[in-house]
Write a protein that binds this ligand. Structure first.
Ligand code: PHE
Length: 348
């Protein structure tokens, strides 16, 4: 029975596509979809089937009916187009433009962020997405079994451990690039700091709900040089806030804790509607952007940098979140971003 329906559907569509006049299409419509048409003929056989097969077969018949309806409509349009064109060709009508795609919302945000930082001398770095525990945690002052690790809900890989570097993980944050970048500038023939890095990459965490995706993006800034202080961090953050969000926006630092920065902060940006005074939208006047701080001496040490000569700052924020704060885009479900639904993505 199922095969019979499938054949009916395929034959009908093939025949309809070969029809040359609207009259023929009307005839075909009666033949397949009319009261005593072929679709109704098979529908009438449903009651004689075993009860458990009825709904499956019914669904198949419905699908076939829809497909045939679509084919009929498409063929009518096709025939009309052809005859219209034969009648008169107007060379002054603008041509049909082919559809042009565009970059994904997140790619656009990444490009904008990296070009803003490029203007003040940050170079974009790229480090592995599948990383050693050492770079993701241990070198960042988070020893094995340290409770601070919990926050990253890490995906560990089921691969052999490296005696020095530990397990393999999917990068839970872009901070894995910190010690890698330090190694890059301290390994000969490179001559050591300064570092001005912006590392934008995919991050993975075991989370999935309306405001979290298991794969998202972060951008991480790292500056290491002689005499770097919180003032440089604040200046850089304010510069970014003004360039990315608008000239009237400001940032503020709130004390926080990260193992790999000391002191550590959470960075807030003044609300775009009330500019920090407090409104219905933001309540406090400020919106939370992400983490930052002065690089912990242990992290500099792990990257072979002398912490008595050099100091640095780092910050790491989510690309999706930062972009949404700028555009005012309210997403019911952030997972839509990665659903490949063109109806959604074409809007941007
Ligand atoms: N890696 C931190 C996070 O994922 C953010 C951060 C980066 C904090 C750099 C301080 C310095 O939450």
């Amino acid at each position: 029975m199922e095969e019979q329906i499938q054949n009916l559907r395929n034959q009908a569509i093939a025949r309809i596509m070969a029809l040359a006049s609207t009259e023929e299409v009307e005839e075909a419509k009666l033949e397949y979809l009319g009261r005593s048409g072929k679709i109704n003929e098979v529908t009438r056989q449903i009651p004689s089937l075993e009860p458990e097969r009825r709904s499956v077969v019914g669904q198949l018949i419905n699908d076939a009916r829809e497909a045939i309806e679509q084919a009929l409509i498409a063929q009518i349009t096709e025939i009309k187009n052809k005859t219209d064109k034969n009648k008169w060709f107007d060379p002054t009508i603008p041509g049909n433009k082919p559809q042009i795609g565009h970059l994904h919302l997140v790619t656009q945000a990444i490009e904008e962020i990296s070009s803003i930082f490029r203007e003040i001398g940050f170079s974009r770095a790229r480090y592995p997405e599948v990383e050693w525990d050492w770079y993701a945690f241990e070198s960042l002052n988070m020893p094995h079994d340290h409770p601070a690790r919990d926050e990253w809900e890490t995906f560990f890989l089921d691969t052999p451990e490296n005696p020095k570097l530990g397990k393999m993980v999917l990068t839970p944050h872009t901070s894995n690039g910190q010690v890698r970048e330090m190694e890059r500038v301290t390994n000969p023939p490179a001559g050591g700091p300064p570092i001005r890095m912006i590392n934008i990459a995919k991050c993975y965490r075991r989370q999935s709900d309306v405001s979290h995706v298991p794969m998202f993006h972060q951008f991480e800034g790292l500056v290491v040089d002689r005499g770097i202080s919180i003032v440089h961090l604040k200046g850089t953050l304010d510069y970014f806030a003004r360039r990315f969000f608008g000239s009237e926006r400001k940032t503020r630092l709130r004390p926080y804790h990260f193992q790999f920065t000391e002191p550590s902060f959470e960075v807030d940006i003044s609300c775009g509607v009330c500019l920090g005074r407090g409104c219905k939208l933001c309540k406090s006047g400020w919106l939370e952007l992400g983490g930052a701080g002065m690089v912990h001496p242990n992290v500099l040490k792990a990257g072979n940098i002398d912490s008595t000569k050099y100091s640095g700052f780092a910050f790491g924020w989510g690309v999706e979140r930062t972009h949404m704060m700028k555009s005012g885009l309210k997403m019911e479900d952030i997972r839509t971003l990665y659903s490949s639904d063109l109806r959604y993505l074409r809007q941007f």
